[in-house]
Structure formats: C-alpha cells, structure tokens
Write a protein of this length. Structure first.
Length: 165
C-alpha cells in the first residue's frame, strides 16, 4: 500500500456545488469568492446564513499519530472569528479533541449540516488534523482513527465530497 503522510488543514465553503473562499467585509456581511462547478462565480453574498462544522484534534487515541499543538485552538479561533462576523453560534458545530470521533464528525457533516442548512445557505467545513493519501483515497485522521486501518477508521475525502453535494 502506498502511503504519503500529509498534515491537513481544510477550510471549505460550498455554495451551489462550488468551492469558494469566505471573506468577511464587516460584521454581518460575508462575501464568497471563487469557483463553482469549474466556472468562476465571482463575488457573491450568500442569500441565506452560514452554517459551519469546525473540527480540531491535537491528540489521538492511537499514539502512532504525532500530537499536534494548535489544531484545537485553530478550530476554536475559527469559531470566534465566524461569530465575530455575524455567524450565529447555533449555526456552528465545534468538535475538538475527544469529541472529534469518526462517528460524531460524520454525523455533523452528513446529518446536522443537512438539517441546519437550506437553499441559499453557505456551508463551511474546517478540519485541522493529520491526513494521509492512500491508494484508496485521501483520509483525515479522527481522534479514534487506527493508523493500521485508516481507510476504514479515517474520514474519507470521498465521504466529504458526497455529503456536501
């Protein structure tokens, strides 16, 4: 099996199927810039709210994964930033440390986001953790991931892509 070690920091905003950047110009005014379905969407303001899942993991149950120093702080800081620009705390799901298990993160992205976000809302997913590129795809390391079986115990990029369509 081919393995390539990566450290992942993922921040995605999805609107109408495109990946875009998030910019806060003033409190309550959030602007999205980037590409949608391979074509530039220019700059646009979401017609609805911003809903976010934020994940940060410093230490792992499996000690074969090296501890990180600032991943949990990064996720908390992102929550503070989003709130400072007008995103409501009820529209932010923060999972840090031992809370960030595979089941909880998959539930937050696959179920909670779908229940909170509607048409015209922007969805923001931020993950600060380790990741690996394996033959079966890209995988993010969750608190309870097994280094010997990451394809089944890690959060796959394919899951994120499908859940966020």
């Amino acid at each position: 099996m081919v393995r390539k070690k990566l450290m992942w920091l993922v921040g995605l905003v999805l609107l109408a199927g495109g990946v875009v950047g998030l910019e806060a110009r003033s409190k309550g005014e959030i602007v999205l810039e980037g590409v949608g379905d391979g074509q530039s969407v220019g700059t646009q303001k979401p017609s609805g709210k911003v809903v976010a899942v934020l994940v940060g993991i410093n230490t792992y149950k499996d000690k074969r994964f090296r501890a990180l120093r600032y991943a949990e702080k990064d996720a908390r800081d992102m929550k503070g930033y989003l709130e400072s620009v007008g995103v409501k705390s009820r529209d932010i799901k923060l999972l840090v440390g031992k809370q960030a298990t595979l089941v909880r993160v998959k539930s937050a992205v696959g179920k909670w986001l779908r229940q909170r976000a509607g048409r015209g809302d922007a969805v923001f997913v931020f993950v600060s953790t380790h990741g690996e590129k394996l033959e079966g795809g890209n995988f993010l390391v969750m608190h309870d991931s097994d280094a010997a079986d990451l394809e089944y115990s890690g959060l796959s990029g394919g899951f994120l892509e499908n859940a966020l369509k």
